[in-house]
Design a protein around this ligand. Sequence first.
Ligand SMILES: *[C@@H]1O[C@H](CO)[C@@H](O)[C@H](O)[C@H]1NC(C)=O
Ligand SMILES: *[C@@H]1O[C@H](CO)[C@@H](O)[C@H](O)[C@H]1NC(C)=O
Ligand SMILES: *[C@@H]1O[C@H](CO)[C@@H](O)[C@H](O)[C@H]1NC(C)=O
Ligand SMILES: *[C@@H]1O[C@H](CO)[C@@H](O)[C@H](O)[C@H]1NC(C)=O
Length: 308
Amino acid sequence: MKCFIYLFVIVKFGLSVVFTTEINNMPVIGVLAQELYSKSQPRGSSYIAASYVKYLESAGARVVPVKINQTRDEYERLFNSINGVLFPGGRVSIITSGYAKAASIFYELAIKANCKGDYFPIWATCLGFEELTYLTSGKLLLTATNTTGVALPLNFTKDSAKSRLFSSFPADVMKALASEPITENSHRWGLPIKSYNTSEELRNFYRILSTNNDGRVEFVSTMEAYNLPIYGTQWHPEKNAFEWTRPYIPHSPSSVMTTFYMSNFFVNEARKSSHRFSSKEEERAALIYNYSPIIPGKQSVFQQIYVF
Ligand SMILES: *[C@@H]1O[C@H](CO)[C@@H](O)[C@H](O)[C@H]1NC(C)=O
Ligand SMILES: *[C@@H]1O[C@H](CO)[C@@H](O)[C@H](O)[C@H]1NC(C)=O
Ligand SMILES: *[C@@H]1O[C@H](CO)[C@@H](O)[C@H](O)[C@H]1NC(C)=O
Ligand SMILES: *[C@@H]1O[C@H](CO)[C@@H](O)[C@H](O)[C@H]1NC(C)=O
């Protein structure tokens, strides 16, 4: 099988040898929308939190919304036009929601493309991380954790030092990540190390870069795929710089540096993709600039959201 040979070459010689090194300095990244859980928003039934858009823009990318309820053909067309995709956090089903359906199509297309040497990175935050565990294993391996609104330092694994994600980070940022509570956790579920250990699919696919502990369960907090540009954090790198609605969101200088280094890493991954829209008009029509963010209700955890 072709993909197998490519993966073998990647394992043996590393990602950079297989993929072309031409750099695309105009990367466009898709961000998945998801169903609105509160029906109080009259303007639409799905949303994207604006912090994910700002996060990617801050490192030099432009964003297109990936709306729910599109056909497979429409998702494929979009996939071939953009340079990476971000599965954001949220609270919809990782199996049946429109978000889950779109994620599953993009995941499958990304694996196929990468196996053919067509670089296409995926970033997954919080719910997106949980979605990846389901897409890769085909199973629900998550356990309830007591982690709704708490900032933690990362417990780095030995493997983190040789990871693609963290090996380029400056030493002071790594030190801050390991010692200061600057990674914001807002999740009810986590992937226990024990479940990772017992899942062959996950073990063969992802390298664990950091773990955390809620006092009861040790769970995976950062991971990257061994052989593909797929990355997941159970925590929220985008919130430190861009969300102000809860007292537990860190805003210290080192926490904001973390936001930037994470987005910078992913946008650099997207710069390795050469996908493009078939015309400037099509690109213009797809970009998030066609929409204006709104201020959601006072209870919302988000500063601003885009509604579709
Ligand atoms: C998606 O489809 C569902 C079910 O058909 C519908 O209720 C919902 O309004 C649609 N949402 C969007 C944003 O198109
Ligand atoms: C959950 O964690 C918080 C600290 O983040 C702690 O105060 C609380 O007691 C914990 N609750 C349970 C049920 O363990
Ligand atoms: C998971 O596997 C690793 C490596 O084999 C081992 O060091 C660790 O103790 C295991 N952890 C759990 C919770 O099973
Ligand atoms: C780091 O790991 C240790 C040992 O498992 C654990 O006691 C501690 O709570 C973890 N720290 C965090 C911030 O999760």
